[in-house]
Design a binder for this molecule. Structure first.
Ligand code: GLU
Length: 427
């Protein structure tokens, strides 16, 4: 007698290469909006990619060589724009993906920039301030032929901050013979930074979450929120969402997560993080893993850490009704399909975290005109931009009957393609 075979469900292997993911997302949207084949070839790959070896004399006198990258994806709509990431897992392909996401992001919020990204393979937590300064200055020097206020304008990203930008601004200025605050954004306020820039990614995220709540019928002041990642975007998002009445039930950082279903005290949480360097161990909270934070029963999930966090492996356990991607690339294309089918509203990274680069644009404008705005002015302008961008993306997703990510890509691609087509291919 033949024994019945019980099929063992095997999850197919997912391709987690960020650049191939970015190209797959692009291809899906390019197909939907009928982009012509020639432009498809132009827009799916980066315009210019620089790979660097960066020697640094360490504090103990030894020499170490770090790998660094700067990728300029597109300058069709204006100077290239995008952050610099310091992380041990940075790869060239990741930087290429991040650069292309900047192109679509800038187009979606309709600011006159193309896209770029930089990265250095290093663990900044293992480097002294002196070593970080030398590494940053060497990198700034090596990319200085291709950056500039009207060429390519770097900004902070994962594990870089206003101090990093000040070193880059200084290195560029000293080697060019004049002070050039417009060469980077995310600078300290007293060096030509903008009010509201530090909070901009999170504040932009809040504005699109509000719009998403309107279309889904969720009340933000009664919503529960889980946040993965407690860096610049995640921690300030927690603060702003709590101020708007939401209940932050869980957060995590690279050391682990914490949960309190009745709501974490965000003021105490920020103090705890500032004091101990982590969210872990906050009084009145239970420890959970960083992965568990993603899978909690909640209304709004904010992935604010790194790429490939919501994958085929865990997507079936995601319970949130809105996913607001404060991080770049947290959801894989296969997971996207599952979430869309289940009716989860994903506010894609290239929309959800575009507040950062929007206020970077405001900073650059203020630097160039040497006239500075107050914080209310910055925040009001940011709100206008984000609300409009959400509406544009939402109506594109309805028009083409696609998920919000594909809708966002369509908006971005149509704007960049239009600029490229109208400028023509040089020479
Ligand atoms: N690193 C941020 C991002 O991924 C900001 C980039 C910028 O301000 O240029 O959008």
């Amino acid at each position: 007698m033949a024994t019945a075979r019980i099929p063992i469900p095997i999850k197919p292997e997912e391709d987690l290469n960020s650049f191939r993911i970015a190209m797959r997302q692009f291809d899906t949207a390019a197909e939907k909006c009928g982009l012509e084949p020639g432009l498809r070839e132009v827009l799916r790959r980066p315009r210019r990619s620089l790979s660097l070896s960066l020697p640094v004399k360490m504090d103990d006198g030894t020499i170490r060589v770090f790998d660094g990258y700067r990728v300029q994806h597109s300058s069709a709509r204006g100077p290239c724009k995008g952050g610099i990431r310091y992380h041990p897992n940075v790869t060239f392909d990741e930087v290429k993906a991040l650069a292309s996401w900047m192109t679509w992001k800038c187009a979606i919020v309709n600011i006159p920039f193309g896209g770029a990204k930089g990265g250095i393979v290093c663990d900044p937590r293992q480097l002294s301030k002196n070593e970080l300064e030398h590494l940053t200055r060497r990198y700034a020097y090596e990319i200085s032929p291709i950056i500039g206020p009207d060429k390519d304008i770097p900004a902070p990203d994962v594990y870089t901050d206003a101090q990093t930008m000040a070193w880059i601004m200084d290195t560029y200025s000293m080697t060019h013979g004049s002070s050039a605050p417009g060469v980077v954004t995310g600078k300290p306020l007293f060096l030509g930074g903008s009010f509201g820039r530090n909070e901009a990614t999170a504040r932009g995220c809040l504005f699109v979450i509000r719009s998403a709540c309107e279309v889904t019928g969720i009340k933000l002041n009664r919503a529960t929120v889980a946040i993965q990642g407690f860096g610049n975007a995640g921690s300030i998002a927690a603060e702003l969402l709590a101020q708007n009445g939401a209940t932050i039930i869980a957060v995590s950082d690279s050391r682990g997560g914490i949960l309190n279903r009745a709501g974490l005290n965000v003021t105490a949480l920020l103090e705890h993080k500032a004091k101990t360097g982590s969210v872990v161990g906050l009084p009145n909270s239970d420890p959970i893993s960083s992965e568990d934070v993603l899978e909690l029963q909640c209304d709004i999930l904010v992935p604010a850490a790194l790429e490939n966090q919501i994958t085929l492996e865990n997507v079936d356990r995601i319970q949130a009704r809105i996913v607001a991607e404060a991080a770049n690339g947290p959801t894989t294309p296969d997971a996207d399909i599952v979430l869309y089918k289940r009716g989860v509203l994903v506010i894609p990274d290239i929309l959800a975290n575009a507040g950062g680069v929007t206020v970077s644009y405001f900073e650059w404008v203020q630097d160039l005109q040497e006239l500075f705005w107050d914080e209310d002015d910055v925040n009001r302008r940011l709100e206008r931009v984000m609300v409009k961008a959400f509406a544009d993306v939402h109506s594109a997703s309805k028009k083409y009957d696609v998920d919000m990510r594909t809708g966002a890509y369509v908006v971005g691609i149509e704007r960049v393609a239009n600029a490229t087509r109208t400028r023509g291919i040089w020479p």
